[in-house]
Design a protein around this ligand. Structure first.
Ligand code: R5P
Length: 283
């Protein structure tokens, strides 16, 4: 097996190759003066099962993925597996208002044209993988998150909304602590309202788990609610730290005690590695 690291996921791809004890190849990706993607793999042949690790977010990374799929085929890949740590456009998975595209479906169909197998990680709605005709599987970061917090003082795991309740259950069960979810109402793109927790959080060290932090609005509101209810500490661990605008500053400037995310998107707080979860799936 050969692991090819795209420009969005170099560290994760390298770690994966190390865990699997296989060859790592870095795609040499850059931009033409007009902004278009140029990529090259400096190998004579890739005559093996090839795994490309690359996000499809933001848009330039999606284009790089399409180009890498073509390159590895041209270099003789026996099979092509795509590992897409953060799948862009997954949240527009249906037509919410007439006239909108089914963006997630479009992306699946385009990627599907040139691969044999796909792995995503905590994709927003797993159901969208039905648009792939090849084998497609969503891997879960819960084990990596639970392992990271094992031995740290966490009394309870909470999801900020019902959509993440299964994730809280998975992490809480693995850690052997109670879990629950809050009730969230979205007011705007950046603001949400969180109802008081039904579980008693007074004096507890709470871990909030979610799939994505984008603006940070969800986590700021949840933290405020939990602190008002007497939580001793509130830490958040999400899978995908998208952190739009100044979200990391917004979070670290709030009453939150810790912000962590997985390395599906590489940034200053992506200290939880999903390489082990991916390696297990590839083995
Ligand atoms: C929503 O369904 C997701 O699970 C996240 O809770 C949401 O995307 C977080 O967005 P934000 O950080 O902008 O509140």
């Amino acid at each position: 097996m050969i692991i090819v690291g795209g420009s969005s996921s170099k560290d994760l791809a390298k770690e994966l190759a190390r865990l699997l004890d296989c060859q790592y190849v870095q795609a040499l990706s850059t931009r033409f003066p007009d902004g278009e993607c140029y990529t090259r793999i400096d190998e004579e042949s890739l005559d093996d099962d090839v795994v490309i690790v690359q996000n499809t977010y933001p848009d330039p990374n999606l284009v790089e993925m399409f180009l890498l799929q073509d390159v590895v085929r041209n270099l003789g890949a026996k099979t092509v597996t795509l590992v897409i740590p953060y799948f862009g456009y997954a949240r527009q998975d249906r037509v919410f208002k007439p006239g909108e595209p089914e963006s997630a479906k479009v992306m699946c169909k385009l990627l599907d044209m040139n691969c044999d197998r796909v792995f995503t990680i905590d994709v927003h709605k797993e159901d969208m993988l039905r648009y792939f005709t090849c084998e497609a599987k969503d891997l879960k970061a819960a084990a990596a998150i639970a392992d990271y917090f094992a031995g740290r003082k966490i009394d309870m795991v909470l999801a900020p909304d019902i959509g993440a309740a299964g994730r809280a259950k998975d992490v809480g069960t693995r850690m052997g602590v109670p879990y629950d979810h809050l009730q969230k109402t979205r007011i705007s793109g950046t603001e949400v309202r969180i109802q008081p927790a039904s579980s008693d959080v007074n004096g507890k060290n709470v871990l909030i788990v979610d799939d994505i932090i984008a603006t940070g609005g969800t986590i700021v509101a949840a933290t405020q609610q939990l602190k008002e209810a007497g939580a001793l500490s509130v830490t958040v661990a999400c899978t995908h730290g998208v952190f739009v605008n100044n979200a990391i500053e917004r979070l670290t400037g709030s009453s939150l005690d810790g912000v962590l995310c997985c390395n599906t998107l590489e940034n200053s707080v992506s200290h939880i590695s999903v390489a082990g979860v991916i390696a297990d799936a590839l083995r």
